[in-house]
Write a protein that binds this ligand. Sequence first.
Ligand code: AMP
Length: 287
Amino acid sequence: AAAGQMQPSNPTRRHFTIDDFEIGRPLGKGKFGNVYLARLKKNHFIVALKVLFKSQLEKAGLEHQLRREVEIQAHLQHPNILRLYNYFHDARRIYLILEYAPRGELYNFLQKSGPLDEQRTATIMEELADALTYCHKKKVIHRDIKPENLLLGLMGEVKIADFGWSVHAPSLRRQTMCGTLDYLSPEIVEGRMYDEKVDLWCVGVLCYELLVGKPPFESASQSETQRRILKVDVTFPPSMPVGAQDLVSKLLRFQPSERLPLAQILVHPWVKAHSRRVLPPCAQKAS
Ligand code: AMP
């Protein structure tokens, strides 16, 4: 009920201001502002409040991208997608009221704990396949599935965050090359037309990285990474479970149409055997 009052589509929508919140500890620093733990004064509902500076967004020319990100994320409601409840602004800042993900970034967890076991990885595969099925049905492609963009809920369940690069399908937008190339699919590397099947490639790269500890095409230089992506030059360490090798090899296909569909990830024998997905009770109610 507390969350319902914050939904942008709620007809009784109210406009929030910063005075409606008690601000807690910083959760992290982003490029354009910070994220704080916060609580609604009225009903003590806990959220993550992302504060972005208008001046910095304008300087980087990213207002349009942010607007798209907000519009897309606000309309997605799924237990494995970080909720964006609402947003507001004042003279200098934009505030995004986000679901709080108590266990933080999957990236940090990987850094600290090293590769995941089969159970954790298979569970994440099932959660992502289900969440992306939901996105693709709504014609939303995420395009940027990687550990930095995945947060963890209270039970360790994955929450897709950061729809900053997501688009409505299909698209011919060119990717500006910044950050890691490790998760780029061949069609994106080549600047070709692409569709929602780019997300299948990313899921394959992620599955490999979670189990092995590094992404499959990691190389000393960016050009070498690109070359290996285009050749689909992937080798599996003997320690990697054969069931997972089978899944990843069916996702990392040069031809988008040959990649294993999301519905097939959900029933893949290795996923079936190892996933321990649980839906949190509040998510069951919300969806
Ligand atoms: P961002 O600007 O979105 O990259 O966020 C910066 C950092 O804040 C992230 O790396 C996370 O560690 C943390 N963070 C962002 N959003 C949340 C959230 N909803 N719940 C918990 N931590 C978050």
